[in-house]
Ligand binder design. Structure first.
Ligand code: UDX
Length: 436
């Protein structure tokens, strides 16, 4: 199967290289010449474990290509995926569909023969109808079927998620396209991945409903964690006790500093906007967004309290800046709000992140002193805060850390440590939803 992937960002690059790995011939397209040149040199624009080898292997095998020439990639393809960004629109939080619409116009001008056009980007309900309308309006001769096929991959585990998905959702209204999409995903049959065919609008909504539900689940356990601190309960045990109920499940019940990333924050807001437009508000998600926003800054208050109520003139060391481990993504990371709130309270901030320092500099700039290792964060620190649960922070030499600190205070926003381990090293310790 010949595939064109329009947009070589996270979703496009991972999906494109995985499809190539399954034997399809894939051409990834991007407008950004610099990005395409870098990819052709084997340099990845993002950090995702395993992606560089996957790309290199498939380029070498002659199944994966990178180009800025959309027209020839589309003309030679039976399936064209749209995987361009759908950022939050400035001002109102609706998904900005301008890149999708532009891609639809470009595709319309280039298609040759029957072509299945698939939106992989997260798009609001009805976008497939609009893409179809734009293509037909731009090129009356175009023989296309427009399909929705949302992507559920998680950053940091994207390749495994793509190859062993819980499910593949395909929103389709055309029998020919159904056969083509079955062929595209046939390699997953061996992994017994359920491929679910549904109507296009249903498929579009599934993606938003899934992300919103997970955001609600995380936010729910975060509020339970706050209550645990007040009543003297342990949120990790509450999560386990609750998650063992098969109707609930154990995942997404880790209390922490609030969700971030490229999807949950933007997709929850976009869903709320769509729901309001249709006069069918989803208040549970509206509240989740508000609770999560407040939570990120509230985490800085937790640090200030741990420091005796005042951090003016003190240095606070942060371990981890990215919104979660195994990514260099800083989008909507809780660290951004935490750093700002600590600076507002008069503190100086030192930080280390295994992969996210360059991306963090772009967002936080001079607000932070960046250091080269977890231990360098400790120098003169009044407290150390674990913000992201990178593996490298899970077995720190606490005695070594303590030696370099001004005062031995550890605030663990991801519950990486057990209180007794930290307390026996003479630290004062606070975490989320557990009383030390
Ligand atoms: C998410 C969805 O999981 C994925 O299906 C979708 O395609 C894109 O959005 P991602 O943003 O990569 O993926 O991160 P995810 O692992 O889902 O975590 C989202 C946020 O929730 C992170 O900030 C994470 O730290 C937080 N989280 C997650 C918790 O705080 N506790 C949990 O138990 C799980």
């Amino acid at each position: 199967m010949k595939i064109a992937m329009i947009g070589s960002g996270y979703v496009g690059l991972v999906s494109g290289s995985c499809f190539a790995d399954f034997g399809h011939s894939v051409t990834c397209v991007d407008l950004d010449q610099g990005k395409i040149d870098a990819l052709n040199r084997g340099e990845m624009p993002i950090y995702e474990p395993g992606l560089d080898q996957l790309v290199a292997g498939n380029v070498a095998a002659g199944r994966l290509f990178f180009t800025t020439d959309l027209a020839s990639a589309v003309a030679g393809a039976q399936v064209v995926f749209i995987a361009v960004g759908t950022p939050s629109r400035r001002g109102d939080g609706h998904a900005d569909l301008s890149y999708i619409h532009a891609a639809a116009r470009d595709i319309a001008r280039a298609v040759d023969g029957f072509t299945v056009v698939v939106t992989k980007s997260t798009v609001p309900v009805g976008t497939g109808d609009e893409v179809e309308r734009i293509i037909r309006e731009t090129n009356h001769e175009a023989d296309v079927a427009v399909v929705s096929n949302p992507e559920f991959l998680r950053e940091g585990a994207a390749i495994a998620d793509f190859k062993r998905p819980d499910r593949v959702v395909v929103g389709i209204e055309d029998e020919r396209a159904r056969q083509v999409m079955s062929e595209v995903y046939r390699p997953l049959n061996l992994n017994q991945a359920p491929v679910m065919f549904t109507e296009r609008r249903t498929s579009e909504l599934i993606k938003y409903a899934a992300n919103a539900f997970l955001a609600v689940k995380v936010t729910f356990i975060n509020e339970i964690a706050d209550l645990c601190e007040k009543v003297g309960a342990n949120v990790q045990e509450v999560s386990r006790g609750v998650g063992l109920d098969k109707r609930i499940g154990p995942k997404f019940l880790h209390a922490g500093p609030g969700y971030g990333g490229s999807c949950f924050p933007k997709d929850t807001v976009a869903l709320v906007k769509t729901a309001q437009d249709y006069d069918s508000p989803i208040r549970l998600v509206e509240t989740t967004i508000a609770v999560n926003d407040q939570r990120k800054r509230a985490m800085a208050r937790k640090v200030i309290t741990a420091c005796g109520g005042d951090v003016r003139g003190k240095t606070i060391g942060l371990l981890g800046l990215t919104f979660k481990p195994n990514t260099d993504d800083m989008r909507e990371a809780p660290s951004i709000s935490i750093v700002q709130a600590l600076i507002d309270a008069g503190a100086a901030v030192r930080a280390y992140d295994p992969e996210g320092m360059a991306a963090a500099r772009a967002v936080l700039d001079e607000k932070v002193t960046y250091v080269a290792s977890a231990y360098d964060v400790a120098d003169d620190a009044a407290a150390i805060v674990i913000v992201t649960e990178w593996d490298a922070f899970r077995a720190l030499d606490l005695a070594r850390l303590k030696e370099r600190m001004a005062s031995p205070i550890l605030v663990d926003l991801r519950n990486v440590y057990q209180p007794y381990e930290v307390l026996r090293h003479g630290f004062s310790y606070s975490s989320v939803g557990r009383v030390a």
